[in-house]
Design a protein around this ligand. Sequence first.
Ligand SMILES: Nc1ncnc2c1ncn2[C@@H]1O[C@H](COP(=O)(O)OP(=O)(O)OP(=O)(O)O)[C@@H](O)[C@H]1O
Ligand SMILES: [Mg+2]
Length: 252
Amino acid sequence: MANLRQPDRLTGRSPGVEGSQIFEARNLTKVYHMGEVEVRALRGIDFDLERGELLVLLGASGSGKSTLLNILGGLDIPTSGTVQFLNQDLTAADDAELTRYRRDHVGFVFQFYNLIPSLTARENVALVTDIARDPIRPEEALELVGLGPRIDHFPAQLSGGEQQRVAIARAIAKQPDVLLCDEPTGALDSSTGQLVLKVLKDVNQQLGTATAVITHNAPIAAMADRVVRLHDGTIADVYRNDQPAAPEEIEW
Ligand SMILES: Nc1ncnc2c1ncn2[C@@H]1O[C@H](COP(=O)(O)OP(=O)(O)OP(=O)(O)O)[C@@H](O)[C@H]1O
Ligand SMILES: [Mg+2]
């Protein structure tokens, strides 16, 4: 893992390594202005992500899931409220600091895989490991997601589920502190999606990477350590699964 004891380049301060939270967001609001119209995407949310946990974020379309994830990942900034990342105030970071934060600490996985078609699986992952601080080798990352034998394949030679696993390998190869996944199974059928969820669970367990997964599919929540449900920009419900289900047991 990245050496968290070194002063972080985001703020120059030493992050607290004892705390149990990766993220601590308080009273987050996000208002989008569309001409005359105001859209209140988040209406005062408190949200924590704990070290090592696998969290599922549920909620109807438009409830604010992507907005919350994008703020945590430094892709967007809140209108008000604070986000602490390992005791550093993300909301005080400028653009350059947020760019470094994303590059060094966050792995993203989206519904669409965003692979470069002219590069092999290995080369797609190497794009990230070449600029990362403390990466694992692309081969190792692809092995972790079960794609060792496909390492020299181009995206067009891979199924949707395999392409998503390349995207996951790319996201984890830099050994991020947190993996943020926005509808990672959204474009996949249920059985292919199961494989992708199993990879996310394996990574979470083997690397201990704190992971937040957005999904529309409520049954997927059974695999989470903790489930947060958003409704209309607020937290409607939070609960813990004492015995998270194996992804293989989940169908949707
Ligand atoms: N860039 C933007 N500009 C204006 N409004 C936005 C923007 N992004 C999101 N919104 C609005 O904010 C609200 C929350 O959007 P968000 O994308 O977070 O929802 P979501 O829960 O991820 O939905 P879905 O499940 O459909 O992806 C919606 O009403 C949406 O239209
Ligand atoms: Mg969304």
